[in-house]
Design a protein around this ligand. Structure first.
Ligand code: FAD
Length: 237
């Protein structure tokens, strides 16, 4: 296959985007506003996945916290301190930079959420939690439970995001913190008749927490599971 054909196929469905604003909350988090015609078809606050071409070979996925299809602008919350190409790209972004984006189907479709929810995730999940909190189902007063690599920085971000009913727990390498997370999540669900459960973030943490909750006697009624990354593996998109 010729180089130009390969390049054409790779860039198919991607559209040009321009960074219009960057706002750092602390050394772990930044808001980025992006303009692209791709966002004209992106419904407001529906948790759509947006794929970014972060270098010549890698794609990374983020969820807009807000989208204004009329203005063709979407805002993102990026978690920075990781080792991969997505984090390097996110850290390097500056106003006026150009990138390539593609909008795809929703990851967490908040319209599926039909009742009060216990939402679990980590720093990469705060954008999704914000989408849920801004949706028509926000009135349900969901509970948000986060594991975080830096408690103060995550708490600052979560306060800034206005996520009330949030519990943040310091992450430990051996995942012993999940023994603390499970009873807190369990307690949050106790007064709900048919609680929804949403699990996002680190795949291994999700699995461990679910096992712990089952062990503690939780019977899942409505459950959405969306791992965003896997420890020890580079993202595939
Ligand atoms: C549907 C979906 C929506 C997402 N939405 C958001 C979003 O809105 N905001 C956001 O910030 N991220 C979001 N993410 C996560 C984000 O796409 C990935 O975390 C990011 O692509 C990591 O890219 P990377 O190239 O830096 O690391 P990778 O190349 O993917 O991984 C490099 C190394 O870092 C490790 N690593 C990856 N992530 C973490 C982490 N969080 N903590 C510790 N170690 C890690 C990996 O295990 C690997 O060893 C989303 C992911 C998906 C699938």
């Amino acid at each position: 296959m010729s180089y130009s054909l390969t390049r054409y196929l790779r860039n198919r469905h991607f559209e040009r985007a321009v960074i219009t604003d960057v706002c750092d909350i602390n050394q772990n988090f930044r808001f980025v506003s992006i303009h692209s015609d791709a966002f004209r078809t992106c419904p407001e606050s529906r948790g759509h996945k947006v794929h970014f071409r972060v270098n010549d070979i890698n794609l990374r996925t983020y969820i807009p916290i807000r989208c204004n299809p009329c203005l063709a602008v979407a805002d993102f919350l990026l978690f920075l301190p990781r080792n991969g190409p997505g984090s390097s790209w996110a850290t390097s972004l500056a106003k006026g930079d150009v990138c390539q984006v593609r909008v795809s189907k929703p990851s967490l479709n908040v319209t599926q959420v039909k009742g009060r929810t216990v939402f679990f995730g980590d720093e990469t999940s705060i954008a999704s939690a914000m989408t849920l909190s801004q949706s028509a189902y926000a009135a349900y007063e969901h509970t948000y439970v986060f594991e975080a690599s830096s408690l103060p920085l995550a708490e600052q971000m979560i306060r800034h995001a206005g996520l009330v009913n949030s519990i943040v727990v310091q992450k430990r390498i051996d995942r012993a913190h999940l023994s603390e997370v499970a009873p807190l999540s369990f307690a949050s669900s106790r007064d709900l008749t048919l609680p929804n459960w949403i699990f996002t973030g680190c795949k291994q943490s999700i699995r461990r927490l679910q096992q712990q909750l089952v062990h503690d006697g939780i019977r899942f009624t409505e459950m959405i599971v969306k791992p965003y990354w896997t420890e020890g593996e580079a993202a595939s998109a």
